[in-house]
Design a protein around this ligand. Sequence first.
Ligand code: T3D
Length: 262
Amino acid sequence: SLETILFEKKDGYAKITLNRPDVLNSFNEVMHVELRDALKDCQKDDGVRAILLTAAGRGFCAGQDLGDRAVQGDEGPRDLSQTIDKFYNPLLRLIKSIEKPIVCAVNGVAAGAGANIALACDIVYAAQSASFIQAFCKIGLVPDSGGTWTLPNLVGVARAKALTLLGDKISAEQAEEWGMIWKCVDNDALVETTEELAAKLAQQPTLGLGLIKRAINEAPTNTFDEQLDMERDLQKLAGFSDDYKEGVSAFLEKRKPNFTGK
Ligand code: T3D
């Protein structure tokens, strides 16, 4: 049974809830393993056609559990590249490589790696009382979990530099205004809005949505010409899908499509 997350499947989607509320759902090794295994399960399971990531309590995720980083007596310096290689980077690569929409419902403060994991998801909603903090600079670290790539892409270099060098708290409203997230919603509306969205996404042409995700994710490192070629190649794949056939037929027959995700 799971110790640090909740994992349920319903209405065609999977809901993962980070569940260490006493430490604002910061990451220990068990949570890394449980989250990774849950996401891999979602990746493999054809019955899961969207993923909703959220968290329990008043915070979303405060990044690395610093309780596990207490400096011990005369212990030598810790090599943090090891946890990055073992846990954070594989997690971020997994979030990017799952070709299904991942909705993030940021229910409260998202700090450090917690912020960058949220921002790596595909559609990010935040409760009005939620906030985002690039906390790394305050403890002498560098933003990880893709933040130095994701932030400039989302909000531009000027804002990315100030956010990461100052570590200021950004409100959910500000994050929406800047295009850092998709939408800020009333606290009371977050659960319903994001569950409805995940259920709706689970009825859509999953294969096509997965290819859209791939195209947008790869765009920043492609030239325009490379991207045009990529779109052609992905359109070829999409054009062979059952859901494309169904989509066109339903349109011409003026009825609602019944997509299977294939
Ligand atoms: O190490 C590596 O492997 C490298 C990877 C690094 C990735 C990273 O994420 S580094 C960045 C780590 N995170 C932080 O530096 C953020 C630390 N937390 C905060 O700055 C604040 O907690 C928040 C701004 C997020 C929220 O502030 P506030 O005032 O709303 O809550 P609080 O009172 O600070 O926290 C509530 C409790 O959660 C508190 O415990 P207590 O006093 O009730 O027993 C606090 O200690 C605990 N908590 C919050 N964040 C962490 C944490 N405990 C362990 N680790 C945390 N990151």
